[in-house]
Design a protein around this ligand. Structure first.
Ligand code: FES
Length: 87
């Protein structure tokens, strides 16, 4: 599991291995746009303020992945133990 801090909503959530960041965020009542939930449409793209991302989507190109400032929260996860999102 890892922690996700949501700066706009002032919440910090624990994301367990069996759930997506999107699920954790939605469970916390924070509204987020979603569609495919499979990492292919780009609807759930979220700005990342800090933390290392484990990209698992098919939307971002190599350059965007390397930049590390955006992610698809329906499938992608944290590499470390904490991510800070602009949500
Ligand atoms: Fe489609 Fe996340 S909802 S990429």
């Amino acid at each position: 599991s890892f922690e996700v801090e949501l700066t706009q909503s002032g919440r910090t959530l624990l994301v367990s291995e069996d759930m997506s960041i999107l699920e954790a965020v939605a469970d916390a009542g924070v509204p987020v746009m979603t569609s495919c939930e499979e990492g292919i449409c780009g609807t759930c793209e979220t700005k990342v303020l800090s933390g290392e991302i484990d990209h698992r989507d098919s939307v971002l190109d190599d350059q965007e992945r390397a930049a590390g400032d955006t992610m698809m929260i329906c499938v992608s996860r944290a590499k470390g133990d904490r991510l800070v999102l602009d949500l």
